[in-house]
Design a protein around this ligand. Structure first.
Ligand code: NAD
Length: 348
């Protein structure tokens, strides 16, 4: 299995393969960059078809976290961990504690948190073996769930994108299509509803969809029809790769801004969106609210107002990205990547 010649290898600082015979743990932790601080990133548990597939995922995801933390102005680097296992069948307290020991062996260079296949309860088992765990309730909170903070960040990002492309500050009457009304999408829908926007929603979970649609007075459409909705803004809040060539051609919206990770099916989609006059909001900038809150939880001076102000800074970061994109004729995705690299790998 090639590592240094792997297509997703981007001069990652450290890649650790760990196993534990008794619990069946097989895990990889990748530290992409720790220039700005310890590498924070979630732990994904997934039944990867091969070790190679797990390596590809952890290399790609850990690199993404360096970009996200740098543009969110956090004193953190980028890292990620994966366990090769089926979260429904193989996840045991022993497995999680073994993972905690592996995290602990890195002495704080890597801080873990929830990702797909892991929950707050899992983090508690991991925390029995290491202190280097984020995403747990602290500072008197009822839950460590980052999604309300992520949704607030996406809302601030959307306001910046709408100001730049549509020249308006007021969201009243703005038409927004949300793809996926799970943890983040549902909170986003409520913020937009309160701001007076008109919503078109979709989800594969039709019961959850109708409940929310009733609550916020929204129209609903079938999942495959969301790209054709007659709206101003398209907000992908379900899975990655939502912006395929087909979807980009069909979109009626002039702004894309959502919570999903890795929205561009291929990097070229950023140019295609630009060619169609659609303003793309770089996903990792828009969806950084959750990681910002987790970073604040590590501080002794946690204050909710300061956390919210930091998250609202996402809007100012995007103002800078959109302005630079306009000046240079580059896509916002390219500008965001360059700006992030300037922050975590400064020249010299
Ligand atoms: P979630 O699983 O709670 O919600 C996703 C929703 O999308 C579900 O309701 C699901 O039924 C729906 N869905 C799945 N496939 C769909 C399809 N084809 N069409 C329409 N709907 C579909 O997840 P979440 O926590 O809300 O996260 C949403 C996205 O945001 C994910 O891509 C996630 O990686 C990203 N993200 C989340 C956070 C966070 O704080 N939760 C932070 C950063 C990024």
């Amino acid at each position: 299995m090639p590592v240094f010649d792997h297509p997703e290898f981007d001069h990652h600082q450290q890649i650790v393969f760990g196993s534990d015979e008794a619990s069946g743990l097989r895990a990889i932790i990748a530290l992409h960059d720790t220039t700005r601080g310890p590498a924070l990133g979630g732990l994904r548990i997934y039944p990867y078809a091969s070790d190679a597939e797990a390596l590809t995922d952890v290399l790609r995801l850990s690199r993404g976290m360096s970009y996200k933390s740098a543009l969110a102005d956090l004193p953190l680097g980028g890292g990620k961990a994966v366990i090769i296992a089926d979260p429904r069948r193989d996840k045991t307290p022993e497995l999680l504690r073994a993972m905690g020991r592996l995290v602990d062996s890195l002495g704080g260079a890597y801080i873990t948190a929830e990702d797909s296949g892991t929950s707050e309860a899992d983090m508690r088992h991991i925390a029995e073996a290491t202190d280097h765990v984020g995403g747990l309730p602290r500072h008197g909170q009822a839950s460590g769930d980052p999604s309300p903070f992520t949704a607030w960040g996406v809302f601030c990002a959307l306001k910046s994108a709408v100001r730049h492309r549509l020249g308006r500050d007021d969201l009243a009457g703005l038409r927004v299509a949300i793809q996926g009304v799970g943890h983040v999408g549902a909170h986003l829908a409520k913020h937009l509803h309160e701001a007076g926007a008109r919503l078109v929603l979709t989800d594969v979970d039709s019961a959850a969809l109708s409940r929310l649609a009733e609550e916020v007075g929204a129209e609903t459409v079938a999942p495959e029809a969301i790209a054709d909705a007659e709206v101003d803004v398209f907000a992908p809040c379900a899975l990655g790769a939502a912006l395929s060539a087909d979807v980009v051609e069909r979109l009626r919206a002039r702004v894309v801004c959502g919570a999903a990770n890795n929205q561009l099916a291929t990097p070229e989609m950023a140019e295609r969106l630009m060619a169609r006059g659609i303003l793309y909001t770089p996903d990792y900038v828009a969806n950084a609210g959750g990681v910002i809150e987790i970073a604040w939880q590590r501080r002794d001076d946690y204050a909710r107002d300061d956390v919210m102000a930091h998250i609202e800074g996402i809007g100012a970061t995007l103002d800078e990205i959109f302005a630079r994109a306009e000046r240079t004729g580059q896509s916002p995705a390219t500008v965001a990547d360059d700006l992030a690299r300037e922050r975590f790998r400064p020249a010299g």
